[in-house]
Ligand binder design. Structure first.
Ligand code: NAD
Length: 502
């Protein structure tokens, strides 16, 4: 990504949304946003900075403290969210087109995500007026005590490029249902769909300042958002290096954080599994979306008894995979999203080879027709990987699968858990006892049995260990955006002895 002069007239320009107004960056700078399929810029987004963040946080703070949003009932907030859901459904095709152009993922995948998005606003819109407090049977005579939950204030949402709107909506919907206002800083690589979505809030009738979007780079726009004193909580999805910096900066102000970070998830296939289903599950875990999902099943743990024939079937199926235009209905694997990501993936291929892993598929940049301009990597499978190799320990975020052999269930569990991450795990087995006991033994936030890459607005999602802090989705996620308040009311005013704890 490079900066262009504002005079680059050939490219479409998108503007930020601050307090319902369309805004360029305060200092007039722009960023090119690239199309991974063509390797060329297709649009310009504002290169926002601290001044823009300050303006957006101020608008969000005003909306929270004194605007119409602050006086709205929870039921009315919910109704606005239903209206927004309808508008997203009506705009799903357009939003999907923008995401494909920005991150190169398959249109069929992005359209599926866009059609699913309204469910988050419907679910949390419905939850808005069901955030109930409680009355405590308090142990103090004459005291009435209740517990209530209140919004935090301004939430800063910082999101990645791989599923730009989906991962933003996982934050927006519960934060708004709880009554907060939000400033979103989307990924510099895929901001356009969020800029388009921001217009729909106005159309749905949300008051100004409830949702604001500032685009720009992590250090220039993301850091000032984290450090802004009027931001009460940061909800971040992204890589561990950025997550660590944000956690440290937030700690200086004792600011609350939700962190959804990286993964190195195991997909474990036992010898009693339905092998056809498992081959498809392994493919969906790592090659769908070109491996660019936090939950990618990037380590395949294969039981020794089926190792060779499973690998052969997997390689045979992946040889048929079609690479190409992410908009074409028959494309299976699109490009990786950024040029840096392409370089990183190719680096890891070299690292794996140097470590002694055996490449049985791919292992290079793609030279297929139609794939030479964009950032395509051939789907790559490494066999004979040991769990202590870097390719098995570090998140690659690309179409690279590391295959590790195991002999026993105990060994599979030990290998699966031997990672700093703990986002997800898949298990393929027909053994009921194993299916029932494995989830408890795997240190991961989500476990799929005979399935992979399933998410729902109803199902909590988040990481163990270095994969994150907090949970998104499901009822409990709304508590991430609420403070708990304890209220005592003395029915008989008067203090017996002011020098003792009452
Ligand atoms: P990234 O960390 O590079 O960037 C994510 C966002 O953070 C961007 O908006 C970026 O501008 C911003 N940012 C970066 N440094 C910052 C800083 N110091 N202060 C404030 N903001 C900063 O991540 P990415 O490359 O866009 O996305 C890929 C990563 O996201 C992968 O590691 C992946 O595993 C992770 N991810 C996690 C989940 C999950 O739910 N756990 C989901 C999707 C992606």
């Amino acid at each position: 990504m490079t900066t262009t002069p504002a005079s680059d007239a050939a490219l479409e320009r998108f503007t930020m949304v601050i307090g319902s107004e369309s805004r360029e960056a305060a200092d007039g700078r722009w960023l090119e946003t690239m199309n991974p399929y063509t390797g060329r810029p297709w649009a310009l987004i504002p290169r926002g900075g601290a001044a823009d963040i300050d303006r957006a946080v101020t608008a969000a703070h005003e909306a929270f403290t004194s605007g119409p949003w602050s006086r709205m009932t929870a039921s009315d907030r919910g109704l606005l969210m239903y209206r927004l859901a309808e508008l997203i459904a009506a705009n799903a095709e357009r939003l999907a087109d923008l995401e494909v152009r920005d991150n190169g993922k398959l249109r069929v995948e992005m359209l599926g995500q866009m059609k699913y998005l309204p469910r988050w606003f419907q679910y949390y819109g419905g939850l808005a007026d069901k955030i109930e407090g409680s009355v405590t049977p308090i142990d103090k005579p004459n005291m009435f005590h209740y517990v209530t939950h209140e919004p935090l204030g301004v939430v800063g949402a910082i999101t990645p490029w791989n599923s730009p709107l989906l991962l933003t909506v996982w934050k927006l919907a519960p934060a708004m249902a709880a009554g907060n206002t939000v400033v979103v800083k989307p990924s510099e690589h895929a901001s356009v769909s969020m800029l388009a979505l921001a217009r729909l809030f106005d159309e749905a009738g949300f008051p100004p300042g409830v949702v604001n979007v500032v685009t720009g780079l992590g250090p220039e726009a993301g850091e000032p958002l984290v450090e802004h004193p009027l931001v009460a909580r940061i909800a971040f999805t992204g890589g561990n290096p950025g997550g660590r910096k944000i956690y440290e900066a937030a700690a200086r102000q004792f600011k609350r954080v939700l962190l959804e970070l990286g993964g190195k998830s195991p997909n474990i296939v036992f010898d009693d599994a339905d092998l056809d289903a498992a081959v498809k599950g392994v493919i969906s875990g790592i090659f769908a979306a070109g491996g660019q999902t936090c939950m990618a099943g990037s380590r395949l743990l294969l039981h020794a008894a089926i190792h060779d024939r499973f690998l052969e079937a997997l390689v045979a199926r992946m040889r048929e995979a079609r690479l190409g235009d992410p908009n074409a209905a028959d494309t299976d694997v699109g490009p990786v999203a950024t040029e840096q990501q392409l370089a990183k993936v190719l680096d890891y291929i070299a690292i794996a080879e140097a470590e002694g892993a055996r490449c049985v598929l791919g292992g290079r940049r793609s030279s297929r027709p139609g794939c030479t301009e964009g950032w395509f990597v051939e789907p790559t499978i490494f066999a004979d990987v040991r769990n202590d190799m870097r390719v098995a320990r570090e998140e690659v975020f690309g179409p690279i699968l590391s295959v590790i052999r195991f002999e026993t269930e105990e060994e599979a569990i030990a290998i699966a858990n031997d990672t700093p991450f703990g986002l997800a795990a898949g298990v393929w087995t027909r053994d009921l006892a194993r299916a029932m006991t494995m989830p408890k033994r795997l240190r991961a936030g989500t476990v799929w049995i005979n399935a992979y890459r399933v998410v729902s607005f109803l199902a909590p999602f988040g990481g163990f260990k270095e994969s994150g802090i907090g949970r998104e989705n499901g009822q409990a996620a709304i508590m991430e955006y609420l403070e708990t308040k304890s209220v005592f009311i003395n029915a008989r005013p008067g203090v017996a002895n002011p020098f003792t704890l009452q």
